[in-house]
Design a protein around this ligand. Structure first.
Ligand code: 16G
Length: 245
């Protein structure tokens, strides 16, 4: 990408000018998603700048999400995830959603514990304050791309041990005869904080959907409360609307 040196008469700091070069190479398509950049030393030589300048320029572009760095394998142009269309009217699990699109769904456990229900959890799930709940926090991935962070709370009446959950929570609930059949879901727009952004592999402050799901059994008993962060650049939520006369 434009390997000729940077003009000497430009007053902007070198690292910013180098960033500009890389950015325009990506915009022009000279560098394409998943292309590897030359090594630090080669970039430094080509532009007659120090390696410190190259490192600073690359770090800034990684921060904004334009580039990705992997330990041991260098710097790449980031690829936006494939967008997923998610119907809003069907009560499906993440595993089912991803399988139906031909993705391999995986999870990384962030937390799984049994604890006394907090007052808020007890209220949401209609439990007495002495009851215990399982808390399951997972990063959900599709073909290795992080898509969502989910924090689920379920009474130990229905899920006695969080370690029973392998790939799919709903599959385990189904086996136990307590798969939810109805849910209330609230979606709101949010910007990701640094911790969530790092997990989802996007720059801090990126757009996301914050989703609360309260799911019920046939009997009307609430069984699951889950808060999720879904990546704003990966999801389209769609619903069919009808006019009732
Ligand atoms: C969905 C649900 C989540 C549920 C999970 C179970 C939303 C916003 N959330 O992602 O409430 O816990 O599926 O998935 O749709 P699993 O059976 O693959 O573990």
């Amino acid at each position: 990408f434009g390997l000729e040196g940077l003009p000497a008469d430009d007053p902007a700091p070198l690292y910013l000018r180098l960033q500009e070069r890389i950015r325009s190479a990506i915009q022009r398509g000279d560098l394409r998603p998943l292309d590897a950049l030359p090594g630090e030393r080669d970039i430094a030589e080509a532009f007659s700048v120090s390696r410190v300048t190259v490192r600073k320029a690359l770090a800034g572009l990684v921060e904004t999400g334009l580039l990705k760095q992997r330990q041991g394998s260098g710097t790449f142009v980031a690829a936006p995830p494939q967008r997923v269309e998610q119907p809003l009217s069907r009560l499906t699990s993440f595993t089912e959603d991803m399988h139906s699109r031909g993705f391999v769904s995986t999870s990384r456990w962030l937390k799984r514990e049994v604890s006394l229900a907090s007052p808020q959890e007890a209220m949401r799930l209609s439990l007495s304050p002495t009851e215990t709940v399982c808390r399951l926090s997972r990063l959900r991935l599709a073909d290795d791309t992080p898509m969502a962070i989910e924090r689920a709370t379920i009474s130990t009446r229905y899920l006695p041990d969080p370690n029973l959950v392998g790939q799919s929570l709903y599959a385990v609930l189904e086996e136990r005869g307590v798969r939810p059949v109805r849910a209330l879901q609230r979606l709101s727009a949010a910007n990701l904080g640094p911790e969530e952004a790092t997990l989802l592999d996007v720059p801090p402050g990126s757009a996301a959907l914050s989703i609360d799901r309260l799911a019920f059994l046939e009997t009307g008993t609430p069984i699951e409360f889950t808060h999720s962060w879904y990546r704003g650049d990966a999801y389209d939520f769609v619903a069919e609307l009808t006019l009732r006369r």
